[in-house]
Design a protein around this ligand. Sequence first.
Ligand code: CP
Length: 308
Amino acid sequence: MIIQSERISLKHLLTIEALTDQEVMGLIKRAQEFKNGAQWTPQNRQYFATNLFFENSTRTHKSFEVAEKKLGLDVIEFEASTSSVQKGETLYDTVLTMSALGVDIAVIRHGAENYYDELIQSKTIQCSIINGGDGSGQHPSQCLLDLMTIYEEFGYFENLKVAIVGDITHSRVAKSNMQMLKRLGAKVFFSGPKEWYDDAYEVYGHYLPLDELLDKVDVMMMLRVQHERHDGKESFSKEGYHQEYGLTIERAQKMQDHTIIMHPAPVNRDVELADSLVEGLQSRIVQQMGNGVFTRMAILEAILNGKA
Ligand code: CP
């Protein structure tokens, strides 16, 4: 696919599927330009952004903050633990308040799937919403940085073989990636515990045991085991999971030389993949984290274009 370089304008970024192929590829290209040193054209007025994280985050929260600062946005600090959320303020009222204060962009992570619906339907809330993750629903900015990392490596998506492995039902990263990878022409495969898999994903790809995928795929995308979304009744053995579903050293040795290992992080080392693979030659996990800043700059710029 040829990347178009036209200017992209967005009101919100809520799901990956709401983007056209052209917007996805344009955002990847713009992120690559930022990575290569492209400068941001200063705006003719002050813009404010805030990062409202109601679930824990290191990468998404801090890379959005770096991206905002690189673009010259004023970042309004917010900590749920010291805000009026502790007095019962709802998400709606927090965002309504930020909008009333003049905040232009709110990056939000929340445990409730589709939390953004009531925000974008509001006639009073004016700020743009960027979804930084909604429960097990969507993680569009992670998907875009994953696509950027894959595109940097291979330069195409058509017929690329991508395995998504692990705790799929609880993973918003998996949902966004399976949808857009399929749309862009990649061949998606799934693996991991059957109890964390749903036949509904068959429209995007096929389930196979991990050992049957090792020498077949170009991208081995491992997912974090999301203990915080489990009901706590399941017994879990780190070593048992690693041996049955994880990318062990022995399994990694059976992969093709060109296969790259990805993981959205945080990684449970020696669970989803062996500790030494995380920063190994075939890993692109550190690159993914770095690309998060440039991807989020491209997203923020597209939102600002929508306001211009
Ligand atoms: N990949 C990801 O979303 O990481 P954080 O939870 O640290 O933001």
